[in-house]
Design a protein around this ligand. Structure first.
Ligand code: UT7
Length: 330
C-alpha cells in the first residue's frame, strides 16, 4: 500500500484586520486581558462579499501552483468547515466548479476545530487505498459570519482564514508521509460550544434571530478544561503507541484556540517550546484554518524541514479530538 504524503500547501487570509484595539471600541474588553487570557493580538476578517468557498479557492490555487498541478488532475477534494456557504450544496461543489477540477468528487467535513486533522486523515486513507493519486484537503472558515460582536466572551477569539494541503502517494521506500491518527468524539460536550439555531433542531425564525441563537455560544471554562486535558492525552497516547516521546517530535502544530491550551499541552508532553508552532497572535482562532496556517508559518520561518516528525493536534466543539503524526516530505 502506498504511503500518503503532503506535497504542497497553500493559504489565504483576507487582508482586513480586526485588532484588540478595534474590539476595545466594540465591547467591554481590553488588549491586556485578551493577550494574557488568549494570546491573540489581531485577526483577519473577510469583506462582506467574500464567503468560505472564495477563501477555499484562493488557498487551493496556491497549493496547486506550488507543484504546477492542474486542478483537473485532482481525484478528490475535501472542504473542512463549520461555515459553509450554504447548508447545501456542499461548499466543495462550489470549490470544484471554480477550480475546474473536472475529475474530482468530494464532500464537506464538519468537525469544528478538529476538522482539518480529520480531513487530512481521511484524505491520507484515500491515497493509501491506492484509488486516489491526488487529494486536496482544504480547511476554511469565515467565523466572523457566525460570531456575535456584542458578546465579549466569544468575539475576541475568532478570525477568518483558509489553508489547503495536497496529498499524493509517496514513492516506494520513501520514508515520509502519514504515520498514524488518534481521534475521539465526546458528544456530552455538545452543550458547551455550539450554534443553537439554523439547523433541523431549531430552524431559523424571527425569534431565534432576536435571541441571537444563530451565533456561536460557548461556555469557555468548560471547553478550556477539556481542551487542556485532551490535547495532552491524545498526543501522549498517539506518540506512545508509535514508540515515540515528546522529545522525538521535531515540530508540534496545534490548533490555535488559546495560547494557554497550547503551552499546557506542549509542556506536559515534554516538547520544547521552540518546537511548538504558535501564530494565534496574528490570526486568532480560524477553526479549520488554524493548522494549515500554522504549518505555512513554520515553513516560512524555516522551522519545518524534510524528514521532520510532525505532530498535528486539535480539540474542538462536539467535543471532537484529533491528533496525527507525519514525517514531513519536502
Ligand atoms: O477552538 C474551539 C475550542 N475553544 C476553546 O478552546 C476555547 C476555550 N476557552 C478559552 O479559551 C477561555 O475559556 C476564554 C478565553 C474563552 C475565557 O478565558 P477564561 O480565563 O476562561 O475567562 P473566564 O471565562 O473565566 O472569565 C474571567 C473573567 C470574567 O469576569 P468575572 O466573572 O471574573 O468578573 C469574564 O466576564 O473575565 C471576564 N471576561 C472578559 N473580560 C475582558 C470574559 N471575556 C472578557 C473579555 N474582556 N473579552
Amino acid at each position: 500500500m502506498p504511503k500518503a504524503k503532503i506535497t504542497a500547501l497553500g493559504c489565504y487570509t483576507p487582508p482586513r484586520l480586526l485588532t484588540n484595539q478595534d474590539l476595545e471600541k466594540m465591547v467591554d474588553t481590553n488588549d491586556q486581558w485578551i493577550m494574557e487570557r488568549t494570546g491573540i493580538h489581531e485577526r483577519h476578517i473577510a469583506d462582506p462579499e467574500m464567503a468560505t468557498s472564495d477563501m477555499a479557492v484562493e488557498a487551493a490555487k496556491c497549493a496547486l501552483a506550488q507543484n504546477g498541478v492542474d486542478a483537473s488532475e485532482l481525484n478528490a477534494i475535501l472542504v473542512c468547515t463549520v461555515t459553509p456557504d450554504h447548508m447545501f450544496p456542499s461548499t466543495v461543489c462550489l470549490v470544484q466548479n471554480r477550480l475546474g477540477a473536472r475529475g474530482a468528487w468530494g464532500f464537506d467535513l464538519i468537525a469544528a476545530c478538529s476538522s482539518f486533522v480529520y480531513g487530512l486523515t481521511v484524505g491520507a486513507h484515500l491515497v493509501t487505498a491506492g484509488t486516489h493519486q491526488k487529494v486536496l484537503v482544504i480547511g476554511a472558515d469565515t467565523m466572523s459570519r457566525i460570531i456575535d460582536y456584542t458578546d465579549r466572551a466569544t468575539c475576541i477569539l475568532f478570525g477568518d482564514g483558509a489553508g489547503a494541503m495536497l496529498l499524493e502517494p509517496a514513492a516506494e521506500g520513501e520514508d515520509c508521509g502519514f504515520i498514524d491518527f488518534l481521534g475521539e468524539v465526546d458528544g456530552s460536550g455538545a452543550p458547551f460550544l455550539n450554534m443553537p439555531a439554523g439547523g433541523s433542531r431549531m430552524p431559523s425564525s424571527h425569534e431565534t434571530v432576536d435571541k441571537r441563537l444563530h451565533y456561536v455560544h460557548q461556555d469557555g471554562g468548560q471547553v478550556f478544561k477539556y481542551a487542556v486535558r485532551k490535547m495532552y492525552e491524545s498526543c501522549r497516547d498517539l506518540l506512545k503507541r508509535n514508540g515515540f516521546t515528546g522529545e522525538d517530535v521535531a515540530v508540534m502544530i496545534p490548533h490555535q484556540a488559546n495560547i494557554r491550551i497550547i503551552n499546557a499541552a506542549g509542556d506536559r508532553l515534554g516538547i520544547a517550546p521552540e518546537k511548538v508552532v504558535i501564530n494565534i497572535d496574528r490570526y486568532g482562532n480560524t477553526t479549520a484554518g488554524t493548522i494549515p496556517l500554522a504549518t505555512r508559518d513554520a515553513i516560512l520561518e524555516g522551522r519545518l524541514k524534510k524528514g521532520d516528525l510532525v505532530l498535528f493536534a486539535a480539540v474542538g466543539a462536539g467535543y471532537t479530538v484529533g491528533a496525527s503524526l507525519w514525517r514531513w516530505a519536502y
